[in-house]
Design a protein around this ligand. Sequence first.
Ligand SMILES: CC/C=C\C/C=C\C/C=C\C=C\CC(=O)SCCNC(=O)CCNC(=O)[C@H](O)C(C)(C)COP(=O)(O)OP(=O)(O)OC[C@H]1O[C@@H](n2cnc3c(N)ncnc32)[C@H](O)[C@@H]1OP(=O)(O)O
Length: 308
Amino acid sequence: MSIIKSAFRVLRFGSAKNQLFSLESKTCRAFSVCNKLRQDASDANASKINFYVDENKEKGYAILKLNKGPVNSLNLEFLTELNIQLEKFEESKEIKGVILTSSIPNIFSAGLDIMEMYQIKQDRGSQFWTALQETWIKLYGSNKIYIAAINGHSPAGGCLLSISCDYRIMSKGPYKIGLNETLLGIKAPFWFRDTMINTIGYRETEKALQLGKLYSSEEALAVNLVDELADSKDLITKAEEQMSKWCAIPTVARELTKSSMRRDTLSKLIAQREADTQSFIEFTQRDSIQKSLRMYLESLKKPKKSSA
Ligand SMILES: CC/C=C\C/C=C\C/C=C\C=C\CC(=O)SCCNC(=O)CCNC(=O)[C@H](O)C(C)(C)COP(=O)(O)OP(=O)(O)OC[C@H]1O[C@@H](n2cnc3c(N)ncnc32)[C@H](O)[C@@H]1OP(=O)(O)O
């Protein structure tokens, strides 16, 4: 059961009941829009493996490895598949927690697929944004324990995935993590910002978001953007050690505590999902934004300087 649902339970007889039920029904409507997409995604991607799941029911946790080459960029189909998997975890009685990592060396996730924002039709843009909102609500609002084992670069939407988890361990190395949206000429959505504030605090977020700062792993540790660093070869072992520690905490007390910390941030988006999607469409259709995205895409495609 998700944090949102348990929040409804806890507040069942309270004065917030009507408001929360209205939030829930809005959420359910938005989720149902995705139902057809889910079916399409599972049909279309039956032959592709965009992530691996390794479930250890005895120990009570799973490892989810993102595997969408070359850089685990998040497009509509990938997000839809991920949402189905997150839902399975949430419903599982055996799985208490999930280690989120990537099977692609040096890359955790390059964030949102920029092609989902560049010259995109309104319908697709709206489905894409709804799927992304759903991913965040499921991850940030999960009752399960999520530990991010960040094995490489984790910019923008990759950083959002990481900070939506409960604990972060990052590989030592020349990797970057942060919300760099301003460098693409876009403003980080309010729920990206709020998740960042909840992680590193207001002042650090204010600087980081304006500058589009990408932190090195050492800098990320210094501002609590990540909780721990590990040598790449020890990353998963360290994540498993941490998972055992979290799994040993009394479940209901931990879930209620997590829910009480995250409820307000989640409710803010849930109350205005449709308006948020409209803002995304309106914003990304501006000529100035399309120009920025085109320039950014060109810079990504430029041949890289040889390190030799
Ligand atoms: C309600 C809201 C209202 C207003 C707000 C409106 C809009 C806000 C919306 C947006 C929020 C956006 C958040 C995001 O996540 S945007 C994405 C940001 N991501 C990045 O900036 C990362 C870009 N990528 C990189 O920096 C690097 O690729 C790398 C460090 C991750 C990996 O470097 P490598 O050298 O290993 O690999 P590359 O050669 O650079 O890349 C390989 C290949 O992949 C393509 N690619 C990389 N990143 C992306 C991406 N994010 N999307 C699509 N494609 C990507 C890259 O172009 C290469 O392609 P080719 O092989 O050259 O074809």
